[in-house]
Design a protein. Structure first.
Length: 393
């Protein structure tokens, strides 16, 4: 069987060889519990400290401000619920957006059941928030603003620095779900006035099952689980040493090669979009044209069902998606695409293509040729399309 053509890097990435090499000893040879005081335990503790240092360098913070978690969703939960409950006596209002990842939206919905008030900001047709709407939403009870750095579906990058400035101006904590942005964008939590930041290793060529949360020193955040005193008593449970080591190495590699990586992805993305626009009619490019993640493209095809498109691509050895991997299995159209104003029919015909390190121009050409063929085939089976074409004559 031919090697698959993988274009779903927003869902997950393959672990790089250099990352795996650093992880392997901690599965067997260096298996000590980092909470133990003997030598093999101390070596595991040292490996975690090194990973913590690597993460801190990548986002320009202090190592002690990094807390390791089980995934990005856990980081989001700790950030939002932990801050909400720690600051309840100050207020009960949180501001977020309508296009957040389910890890944010569902966490906020859970808090609403516990008496918290949530404002869900609108976005424009490119996925950007209105900074005036954000500022007008602030009340005397606002304790947290949580807005994603870059959208996981349409790739739009929010004005994070400006959001951080507004939050600081009103003495409100600012959290950003940075899970898609890490490894794609230079991030400085200090200059951007970010108080809390979530990340997940498997989005930047690290292992699954490990994430991290930055919490600015001095911020009180309640823990969500009881148990031991790991991660400075914020997260109980024996540390996933191999995973943490992998996250640390992966983020180091990502930041080291960021410019070269971005230039490659921008070229592939723009080449892909231009060819699709030229060769396939009745499409819509979703998300901001320039303020978007380097490797992200999201296109809606009129008269096409996204699931049928994916199945036909899969038959050709091509992996892509219709949106967030965390929403797979839902029959509902993307909440992100609906929020930017797409009609349901167009939202259901969306395709997210996200490029990565191993993709080549030849791979992209194969994807383009396949899409041209599949889209025409599916449209020829669509009564709506045939009626549309008939009425044009």
């Amino acid at each position: 069987m031919e090697k698959i053509k993988y274009f779903d890097h927003a869902a997950t990435t393959a672990v790089k060889e250099e990352v795996l090499k650093e992880m392997l000893p901690y599965f067997s040879l260096e298996y000590g519990n980092p909470s133990s005081i003997y030598g093999i335990g101390r070596r595991s503790k040292k490996a975690i400290d090194e990973a913590r240092n690597r993460v801190s360098i990548a986002i320009n913070c202090k190592p002690r401000e990094i807390y390791f978690t089980g995934c990005g969703s856990e980081s989001d939960n700790i950030a939002i619920k932990g801050i909400a409950y720690a600051n309840r006596e100050k207020g009960n209002h949180i501001i977020t957006t309508k296009i957040e990842h389910p890890a944010i939206l569902n966490t906020c919905k859970s808090l609403e059941k516990d008496g918290f008030k949530i404002t869900y900001l609108n976005v424009d047709n490119e996925g950007l928030i209105d900074l005036h709407e954000l500022e007008n939403a602030i009340t005397k009870n606002t304790i947290l603003i949580s807005i994603m750095f870059a959208n996981n579906e349409i790739g739009t990058i929010e004005p994070i620095r400006e959001i951080g400035y507004i939050a600081k101006k009103y003495n409100i904590l600012f959290h950003t779900d940075c899970i898609q942005a890490i490894g794609n964008i230079n991030i400085d939590v200090n200059s951007m006035n970010i108080d809390l930041l979530s990340m997940s290793a498997h989005k930047f060529y690290g292992p699954k099952g490990v994430g991290a949360l930055y919490i600015k020193n001095g911020i009180k955040c309640n823990k969500l689980q009881d148990g031991g005193h790991q991660e400075k008593d914020l997260r109980a449970g024996t540390e996933n040493v191999p995973g943490i080591v992998g996250l640390g190495k992966a983020i180091e590699l990502a930041n080291k090669n960021l410019k070269e990586y971005n230039n490659k992805l921008i070229y592939l993305r723009d080449y892909f979009i231009s060819k699709i626009e030229k060769n396939i009619p009745y499409i819509k490019i979703n998300g901001h044209r320039t303020k978007r993640l380097p490797g992200n493209s999201n296109i809606s095809f009129r008269f096409i069902d996204g699931e049928s498109l994916l199945l036909n691509l899969d038959a050709k050895g091509i992996c892509a998606s219709t949106g967030s991997a965390c929403s797979t299995g839902s029959n509902n159209p993307s909440h992100v695409l609906l929020a930017i104003g797409l009609e349901e029919e167009l939202a259901r015909g969306s395709l997210r293509v996200t490029f990565g390190d191993e993709n080549t121009k030849e791979d992209v050409d194969y994807l383009i040729d396949s899409l041209v063929e599949i889209v025409q085939k599916l449209r020829n089976m669509s009564p709506e399309y045939l009626e549309f074409e008939k009425n044009k004559l």
